[in-house]
Design a protein around this ligand. Sequence first.
Ligand code: ADP
Ligand code: MG
Length: 222
Amino acid sequence: MRRRGIFVTGTDTNVGKTVVSAALFHRYRRQASLCYWKPVQTGIEQDDDTATVRALGACAEREIFDRGVRLPRPVSPHLAARWAGERIAIAALRALWEEAPSDVGWIVEGAGGVLVPLNETELMVDLMRALQLPILIVARSTLGTINHTLLTVEAVRRRSLHVAGVVMVGPPDRENRRAIEAYGDVAVLGEMPVFEPLTVEALRAWAEEALDPHGRLREFWA
Ligand SMILES: Nc1ncnc2c1ncn2[C@@H]1O[C@H](COP(=O)(O)OP(=O)(O)O)[C@@H](O)[C@H]1O
Ligand SMILES: [Mg+2]
């Protein structure tokens, strides 16, 4: 069965995928039952995106699906798995997801970007294809982002996946936004500023006002 939701990817690691995932709860949880899933987490001792989303998204237990591959070393998934004597298998992740509730809108967060290897033959984009979700791309707002974002859009579309939109993170840059929208033929659904400090309240206030103001993601939860 095809499930509802989106897959949150990024142009890079550390661009803001986890913070955007948390922001989506503040924007949409009154309109839909949402659930977050991080299928592959590397460097679990330093980075626990599930815990971060739970805190920043002020999530209830039912809003988090805390299963999947959890690896200690903070390196690419294919390598983290090899070093742990394991092998990540998309089929196994998909089977795990099938056990999760089906009546929710999913926010699935990848690791790194689209062409990150999971094992010797499969990439993160193959997991996106297996889950059949539209893709939300998180990108930096600053110089270099046009190239990285257009490359990501191209890689996603080449695999017949739908790009639901882009969220830019960092100091707003109107020209970069315009270029991504024009050359990528894609909607920028929000420009998330750098919060100092990053708090639940600051994230909620921004998400309610400025994340996907036209409600373009609504169709993916319905
Ligand atoms: N809008 C923001 N304001 C302040 N800090 C942010 C913001 N977005 C991300 N960060 C910080 O930047 C780092 C990377 O963000 P994260 O969402 O974890 O990236 P990713 O999931 O893409 O690896 C984290 O330390 C996070 O707290
Ligand atoms: Mg993350």
